[in-house]
Design a protein around this ligand. Structure first.
Ligand code: VGL
Ligand code: ZN
Length: 206
């Protein structure tokens, strides 16, 4: 069975000191590098927003990061300006070995809709091409790691499951935002309930 490793949003803005810092986000980079050497196919997602993106609190006068607004039928959490296309914050994490990444899938590129999943935007209107790529490569098993557990990692793993991939989350190679205490644990439970298997990097690096 062919497997692929999906690196979710290992970008500067999600590391300590970044615009949307994920606590200990930098800790997953060395693990990502070690795991990437064990997979024949490695792909990465990249949060890649236009400056006028709907998810930025700064684009909603009177709103602050952490506020939740309704956009159509979607709840949208408002974030600090982050991962703006072609800016240093959107670049891959320093120290990430990008030489093993076969393809990069940009997400959140449309100003009017956010995209947590590496496969589809939050309205499921557009595909990033990741699902089609993996299917074309005959991938049946997908390992997911990265940032942030409670947002983009969760959404990516759930979509991988919904597309029929045997999906495994490398738990210790993920970190969460934890906007509210318990969010990471809830995300892990949601993924497990959907059939995502939780594994540890040690089982793979052995
Ligand atoms: C993410 C919030 C906003 C993530 C991206 O990568 O988890 N979270 N944009
Ligand atoms: Zn984003």
């Amino acid at each position: 069975m062919k497997s692929a490793l999906v690196l979710v949003d290992l970008q500067r803005d999600f590391l300590p000191g970044g615009a949307l810092a994920v606590p200990e986000g930098d800790r997953v980079v060395p693990l990502a590098n070690r795991l990437a050497r064990r997979f024949g196919l490695v792909v990465a997602t990249q949060d890649w927003h236009p400056p006028d993106h709907v998810s930025f609190a700064a684009n909603h006068p009177g709103r602050s990061p952490g506020d939740v607004i309704e956009i159509g039928e979607l709840h949208q959490v408002l974030w600090p300006v982050h991962c703006v296309q072609f800016t240093p914050g959107a670049a891959f994490a320093p120290g990430l070995d990008t030489s093993r990444i076969a393809r990069i899938f940009a997400k959140g590129t449309q100003r009017d809709v956010d995209s947590y999943s590496g496969f589809f935007d939050n309205l499921r209107r557009r595909s990033t091409g990741l699902g089609e790529f993996l299917k074309a490569q005959q991938v049946a098993q997908v390992y997911v790691l990265g940032l942030a557990t409670d947002y983009c990692v969760r959404a990516t793993a759930l979509d991988a499951r919904s597309l029929g991939f045997d999906t495994r989350l490398v738990v210790d190679a993920c970190r969460g935002v934890e906007l509210h205490p318990g969010d990471v644990q809830q995300a892990l439970t949601d993924m497990q309930r959907a059939g995502v298997e939780l594994v540890h990097s040690g089982e793979l690096l052995g």
